[in-house]
Ligand binder design. Structure first.
Ligand SMILES: CC(C)(COP(=O)(O)OP(=O)(O)OC[C@H]1O[C@@H](n2cnc3c(N)ncnc32)[C@H](O)[C@@H]1OP(=O)(O)O)[C@@H](O)C(=O)NCCC(=O)NCCS
Length: 240
């Protein structure tokens, strides 16, 4: 079963908590997070790092210090020493979401914003462009972001990211059914979209067919507490 977790940062986090939370991360990751010019971007990146660490500690029963992430040649993050533990992250606006699965998985969240829909002609398949421009008024922008998040979830599950041509595969959404076609050799991918926030679109792709009905939503503070307890438990076990 795919599992989904998310954090929506409704308010900004106090600087003090931000600094304390940084200490759960290895120096290299801390430096990367501190390099963001805008505090909001730095905070979102920190939130994503904390969420993914907490999930790994929780699911695998290991302590935070032994969690080591690496990236594939295409940039897809994986957990060193646990290559069969599949996860993926996405962030946009105030949301950070993470998917976990026993098979390759990809997730995407996008904040819906006004854009020039002609961009679809550059990135989407011919069929997708034709479906998109057949929609009325506001439906167009909604449909654009539904297609976009599905496409991103697929390239992220596949792992090749943008080196997989975005027009080499196609989605059609008909009465909430997601129809997927691809020029690649047939492989079984399953998709689900989530409508949990009207300003955003969410999509998940996995080679595993079972998806939850909902995303398990946590707060920044909850995730921080979890990692703090994980650290205290480790200290306690060391003493005994
Ligand atoms: C990097 C990419 C995989 C996702 O980018 P994105 O949608 O802008 O950003 P998201 O927040 O959803 O995902 C970023 C996360 O995906 C993960 N990721 C990076 N490369 C990945 C890959 N090859 N496969 C799977 N996951 C990947 C990382 O965890 C990354 O976060 P981090 O850099 O903070 O660790 C890639 O698809 C991209 O650059 N997209 C640009 C958007 C675009 O032009 N889309 C076309 C519209 S259809």
């Amino acid at each position: 079963m795919v599992e989904l977790f998310g954090i929506k940062l409704a308010n900004s986090i106090e600087r003090d908590l931000y600094e304390k939370a940084l200490n759960f991360l290895p120096n290299e990751t801390k430096d990367k997070i501190k390099r963001f010019r805008r505090y909001e971007d730095s905070l979102m990146s920190l939130t994503a790092e904390l969420l993914k660490r907490a999930i790994v500690c929780l699911k695998l029963g290991i302590n935070n210090e032994s969690v080591k992430f690496n990236r594939s040649a295409y940039g897809k993050p994986y957990l060193e020493g646990h290559e069969d533990f599949h996860f993926n992250l996405s962030h946009s606006g105030s949301w950070v979401v993470c998917a976990v699965s026993s098979k390759p998985v990809g997730i995407d969240v996008e904040k819906i914003k006004e854009i020039d829909l002609d961009i679809a002609k550059r990135f989407f398949s011919k069929e997708e462009v034709s479906d998109l421009f057949s929609k009325n008024g506001d439906e167009k922008i909604e449909y654009f972001f539904e297609l976009w998040t599905l496409k991103e979830s697929y390239i992220k599950a596949d792992g090749r990211g943008l080196s997989l041509p975005l027009n080499s595969f196609s989605f059609r959404i008909e009465n909430d059914n997601i129809i997927f076609t691809s020029n690649d050799e047939p492989r079984h991918f399953f998709f689900k979209k989530y409508d949990i926030d009207k300003e955003y679109k969410f999509a998940v792709c996995s080679m595993e067919p079972q998806f939850p009905e909902e995303i398990d939503i946590k707060s920044f503070e909850e995730v921080f507490e979890f990692l703090l307890n994980n650290e205290m438990l480790k200290k306690f076990l060391k003493r005994n």
